[in-house]
Design a protein around this ligand. Structure first.
Ligand code: ADP
Ligand code: MG
Length: 332
């Protein structure tokens, strides 16, 4: 590294004192950071690791990468209904590229500031391998109010926020596996590169959602985690699932609808929330959608019989489509 480790830390990852947060008593610069949570709250923490070439294109816009590295962690806090406090950043770099680092930190801090989430420490090393970024995020949630995967009950509605499948379509385009029309690509790319962590939604769902998870590996797979933890099954409504595609109306008329359904249900990288809630809360959920100006789609219901069934408009299960979900697990 031409700039030393400590130069990198002080130049790109240390902020003026005005960016401090009352919960962080000691931040970057000492052996440990000191963090407190509000009375009556528990600490909520999560970590994600991103490796160049595996989780992001090495030539991705570094500002977008800074955003996404933090966004995927904040998304985990959102899924628990937690409020962000602070994060740690581990970064391993084959060389010090100052332009890249200043763009990366600009994207990182822009999102951190939006959520009042302070960088309180980390580790910085040189390496011979690809750029590797590890963020550990810390948040707080009132005692016994965290949203967990295990609370879904038979009869609950299944909801998802925002748009699904767009990130996958943008990825497939970037991999050269399909060609999206320019308007569709433009609409889908932010889902891949600049996901929005649903922090306000997670907080609003405390006491309303019976279970919650963020969608990182695809609707179908992540719903299975909720079902396993809650010991139940799910019926999904094909038409409602398809309506979660943000770019559907921008695709060519001959775009395969079964391919679109697979992308929406198994695409991954959506970073939207999937939650379940009893019908008694359906008005409250509509009110939250309006207040946060966020689409909340009711896509199915929790059942006693295990497994996931995709139902057509007549309520008939679509066996073939469920089998073809393997398409993505083989290629991803
Ligand atoms: P130690 O040797 O005690 O692990 P370091 O010398 O690695 O500490 O780091 C010095 C200080 O800089 C510590 O407070 C550490 O948390 C912080 N730091 C190191 N890397 C980063 C980074 N990428 N982002 C934020 N803070 C960092
Ligand atoms: Mg160290």
């Amino acid at each position: 590294m031409s700039l030393g480790e400590f130069d990198v830390i002080s130049r790109f990852f240390t902020r003026p004192p005005s960016f401090q947060h009352s919960a962080v008593h000691v931040g970057v610069g000492d052996d440990c950071a000191l963090l407190s949570v509000s009375p009556g709250h528990v600490l909520t923490t999560s970590m994600d690791l991103l490796v160049a070439g595996r989780h992001f294109f090495p030539d991705v816009n570094p500002k977008h990468l800074g955003h996404k590295a933090l966004a995927v962690n904040l998304s985990d806090l959102a899924a628990c209904g937690a409020k962000p406090l602070a994060f740690l950043l581990g970064i391993s770099l084959p060389r010090v590229d100052q332009t890249w680092l200043s763009e990366f930190s600009a994207g990182l801090f822009a999102l951190a500031d939006q959520h009042g989430c302070v960088l309180m420490g980390g580790d910085t090393t040189a390496c011979d391998g690809p750029v590797t970024i590890s963020i550990t995020v810390f948040g707080e949630v009132p005692v016994n109010r965290a949203l967990l995967r295990s609370g879904a009950r038979v009869g609950d509605g299944i909801y998802v926020s925002g748009q699904l499948g767009d990130a996958r379509l943008a990825l497939e385009h970037r991999l050269g596996k399909l060609t999206l029309p320019p308007t569709a690509l433009q609409a889908a790319l932010p889902s891949l590169e600049l996901p929005i962590p649903r922090i306000s939604l997670g907080i609003a769902l405390r006491g309303i959602a019976s279970a919650c998870i963020d969608l990182s590996d695809g609707l179908y797979g992540d719903l299975q985690h909720v079902l396993a933890a809650s010991r139940c099954g799910a019926d999904l409504f094909q038409t409602s699932v398809l309506s979660c595609s943000g770019v559907q109306s921008l695709l060519p008329a001959d775009f395969s609808s079964s391919y679109l359904l697979q992308t929406v249900s198994s695409g991954g990288d959506d970073y939207e929330l999937l939650f379940t809630a009893p019908d008694v809360h359906s008005h409250a959920i509509q009110a939250i959608a309006a207040r946060l100006d966020t689409d909340l789609h009711r896509i199915g219901r929790i059942t006693e019989s295990p497994g996931i069934r995709m139902l057509d408009e007549q309520g008939v299960p679509l066996q073939v489509l469920c089998a073809s979900f393997d398409h993505f697990s083989a290629s991803s």
